[in-house]
Each structure stands twice: as C-alpha cells, then as structure tokens.
Design a binder for this molecule. Sequence first.
Ligand code: ACO
Length: 311
Amino acid sequence: RDLEGTASFEAIVAADQKIEPRDVMPEAYRKGLIRQIAQHAHSEIIGMQPEGNWITRAPSLRRKAILLAKVQDEAGHGLYLYAAAETLGVTRDELTEALLNGRQKYSSIFNYPTLTWADMGAIGWLVDGAAIVNQVPLCRCSYGPYARAMIRVCKEESFHQRQGYQSLYVLANGSPAQRAMAQDAVDRWWYPSLAMFGPPDTESTHSAQSMEWKIKRFSNDDLRQRFVDMCVPQAEILGLTLPDPDLRWNEERGHYDFTQPDFEELMRVVKGDGPCNRQRMTHRRRAHSDGAWVREAAQAYAEKARAAKGA
Ligand code: ACO
C-alpha cells in the first residue's frame, strides 16, 4: 500500500496481500465472494444433518461424544463463514432467507443419505478429506476475513478427517460384516466426494475470474486429481478398494488416472433433485421456525440491555 495506506485493488491482489472489508473492491468481486462464502456457510449448516442422523445410534459413548463434537464444529464453521460474508455488506438474515428460499445453494454432497454407521467413517475420510484439499488453498485467498476463517476451519477439518479414517480403519479390520459395511460406505461415497470439487474446468463458470482474483488458487480438476492421488495409498492402508476399475498410476503424468464422477448427476443434485434435497430443506426450515423464539428472546434481551444502559 502507498503512504496514504491506499492501493488499488489490482495492486493488492498482485502483491499477494489481503483485501480487507473497507478496501475498495470491484462489485463483481464482492458479489462473487458473497456467493461462494454463503454457499460454503450453508454447506456447513446443512452438513450437520447427515451425521446428526447417527448421534443417537453411535456404537459407544466415546464415538457418540466425538460425533457430537464434530457436528458442533460444523455449526461453528457455518458461523465463522456467515460472519465473514457479513463483512461484505450482507446480513445474516438475508443469507438465511436465500438458503431457505433456494436462491443460494449448498454443497451437493449433503444430499446423499447416511445409511449405516460406517458412513460416519467414510464421510470423515472422504468428504472431510475432499473439503481439506479444497479449503487449504482458500487459507491463501485474497479476501482477508475468508482466508482467516479458513485457517481455523482447516485445523478442525483435519481432526475430522483423522477421526473418520480411524473409525473406518477399525471397521475395516473388524468382523467380516463390519468390513463389508466399511467397503459399502466407501463404494457409495467415492463418486459424490469427487463431484464436490465442482464441474470440470471446461464447464466451470467462475474459475477463470476467481483464479485471476486469487479467490481460488487451483482449478476444480487440479484439486480433484490431488484428492485422488492422496486417497489411493490411504485406501491401501485401510485394505479397502476404491470403486473404480480404471484407477491406475500413470507414470507419464505422475498421477493416477481415474473415472470422473457423473457430472450430469452433480447438476441434477445441485438443482434440487438429489436423494435427500427435500428432506434436508424441510428439516432446515423446521429448525429455523422452531428457533424463532430463541431469536426473539435474544432480541428482546438485547433491547432491554440497551435501554438499561441508556437509562
Ligand atoms: N455442490 C453444489 N454446487 C456446486 C458444486 C457442488 N459440489 N460444485 C459447483 N457448484 C456450483 C457452483 O456454485 C456454481 O453455481 P452458481 O454459479 O449458481 O453459484 C456452478 O456449480 C458452477 O461451478 P463453478 O463455476 O466451478 O463454481 P466455483 O468456482 O464456485 O467452484 C467450488 C465450486 C469448488 C465448490 C467453490 O465454490 C469452493 O471452493 N467453495 C468453497 C468450499 C465449499 O463450499 N465447500 C462446501 C463443502 S465442504 C464442507 O462444507 C465440509
């Protein structure tokens, strides 16, 4: 920044410094960030549901305490992210409304059902693993409040990933029935996890601009490849197979070749037609209206406290 403390948006981005809420920024940058951060926040909040489904049925007190803590962490991630979005001049109420009326989206992955306990392990390993691969680069994103929120989110996310992996490892080394349950969970979560990274680069609407503005640091396809390369040796240690007969090391590329997820399915799920979209939104709307009394009470308390201070 120059002596007056001002620098052009382009110069700040070019110097790999952070854009802060009061800096001048292009309207499209602001709007694009609100879109991505809000979608990310909604994903964390909706993402509490598939795992919340198993809290009462965890196989031990220890597993239950861990799962409860993890789901609470996700609520926390949602809150950091809503707070980051609010710095861009949008209110929490507006964001909530946009989720509830379907104007803003959340990640496709949370529209798949959690059918068995092993899904808790597979989600931790694959879904949280994919989230980390996608989110670690966001710690270097050009928008300060988003980048800083991501640092904390990623630390917690890596704990989530490890607990999932450990849980799946125990099942994979358990009885034949437990092993089969672990394999079935991996078979069902593999492709939806690959789809989390978004459409292929050739069809990604926002990538080019987001990369120019250093919101995104790597493309959807690059991150998907990084995730596959990371998972293959981990699956070997688990002793489980990834459900892709064409998965093999490509010496020339220095990467694994793999079968892409079904991107038409991704778009269907994003548009609202996945296995659990209706259930997830019905639940969220109900939770929101059930919580109205809490918001009203907090508001009344804040007004009373303000009045008392003013008196
Ligand atoms: N689920 C839902 N929508 C998606 C997904 C997905 N997995 N992937 C892409 N989309 C949507 C995009 O939002 C965009 O739609 P829009 O223009 O209506 O917003 C459209 O598909 C085209 O995709 P891209 O142009 O590639 O979108 P973008 O550049 O934003 O990249 C990505 C998508 C990679 C998800 C990016 O937004 C991102 O990194 N977001 C932050 C991370 C995040 O949201 N994670 C949530 C899941 S992880 C978790 O919560 C545990």
